[in-house]
Write a protein that binds this ligand. Structure first.
Ligand SMILES: Cc1cc2nc3c(=O)[nH]c(=O)nc-3n(C[C@H](O)[C@H](O)[C@H](O)COP(=O)(O)OP(=O)(O)OC[C@H]3O[C@@H](n4cnc5c(N)ncnc54)[C@H](O)[C@@H]3O)c2cc1C
Ligand code: FES
Length: 269
């Protein structure tokens, strides 16, 4: 529960309201993590919030977070300049089952800031590219200027990841696809029975994406989603993040689809 100090080494503005921060432990601690895990992070007295680790699992000396400013705590994190000291606890939670997917095609479906929690999984999959079949990224944003990681998307495509991008709306200068992420499933010609899927984004996007993937024959037990709930302790003590019979901080945030299907979409949960 005791936060440790982390210094902001660098920050980059990704979109109008989203920044990526590179942090280093002031105590020299390497933060070993699994793709999909999160930290509880705070800047000053603005409040502590769960933020996924979006860096490279093979570079534990650097803690990387991509943060969208939506309220007090995330605005304070996004305005932290190099040299500022932040407080961090973690890593917490379970991970994307990257190693278990060897031999399969892997579809990664992300909506908006949902690409940040998937980034370490992409980096880990590409580090062992020859152990997987097709790697397909389906990524949707609200508008072209809301898309994350522009240069990396190109670099991933150059490393034999099939990158399909869509936006909800765009001006005439956008020559890419317009429409919801689920439309990309048909474009990507997903071979359902050979495929596992990792998906992260707004819950409605994840529900429709899962339905689209299941229509192609993907086994629901091979579909994983990352859930978000407001958190306080991050370690299964306070009950703040309860979701059905589970606690997202302890049992998630990554779940097999069949585990969450009975509850996802129920408003009160
Ligand atoms: C496991 C996990 C990983 C996350 N990873 C990231 C990440 O990598 N990058 C990132 O930018 N954000 C991430 N989030 C979301 C982030 O924690 C929230 O945006 C943050 O808690 C908002 O706090 P705030 O004080 O800035 O805003 P508040 O003032 O608390 O809220 C502002 C608005 O955001 C809504 N909101 C608050 N918390 C959440 C939440 N958890 N989910 C959905 N809506 C919420 C509120 O209802 C309100 O409308 C993650 C959340 C979880 C649970
Ligand atoms: S945040 Fe306290 S139990 Fe999950």
């Amino acid at each position: 529960m005791v936060p440790e100090p982390f210094e902001v080494l660098r920050r980059r503005q990704d979109t109008r309201d989203t920044w990526t921060l590179w942090l280093k432990s002031c105590d020299g601690r390497a933060v070993s993590f699994q793709p999909g895990q999160f930290m509880m992070i705070s800047a000053g007295c603005a409040g502590e919030v769960p933020i996924s680790i979006s860096g490279d699992p093979d570079e534990p000396e650097l803690l990387v977070h991509t943060v969208r400013a939506v309220g007090l705590a995330t605005e304070a994190l996004c305005s932290a300049k190099p040299g500022r000291i932040l407080a961090g606890r973690g890593p917490f939670g379970g991970s994307w089952p990257v190693a278990e997917l060897e031999g399969m095609d892997v579809v990664l479906a992300a909506g908006g800031i949902g690409l940040a929690p998937l980034r370490p999984a992409i980096v880990a999959l590409l580090a062992r590219r020859e152990h997987y079949g097709r790697l397909v990224l389906l990524y949707g944003g609200r508008a072209p200027d809301q898309l994350l990681y522009g240069e990396e998307l190109e670099a991933w495509a150059a490393r034999r990841m099939e990158v399909h991008i869509t936006v909800d709306s765009a001006g005439p200068e956008w020559l890419g696809h317009v429409g919801v992420v689920t439309r990309l499933i048909a474009r990507a010609k997903v071979d359902g029975p050979a495929t596992a899927a990792l998906t992260c984004g707004p819950e409605v996007m994840m529900r429709f994406t899962v339905a689209g993937l299941r229509d192609t024959g993907v086994d629901p037990d091979q579909i994983y989603v990352s859930m978000e709930r407001n958190m306080q302790c991050g370690i299964g003590h306070c009950g703040h993040c309860q979701f059905g019979p589970s606690l997202v901080c302890r049992d998630g945030p990554v779940y097999r689809w069949s585990e969450v299907e009975p509850w996802i979409g129920i408003r009160e949960l």
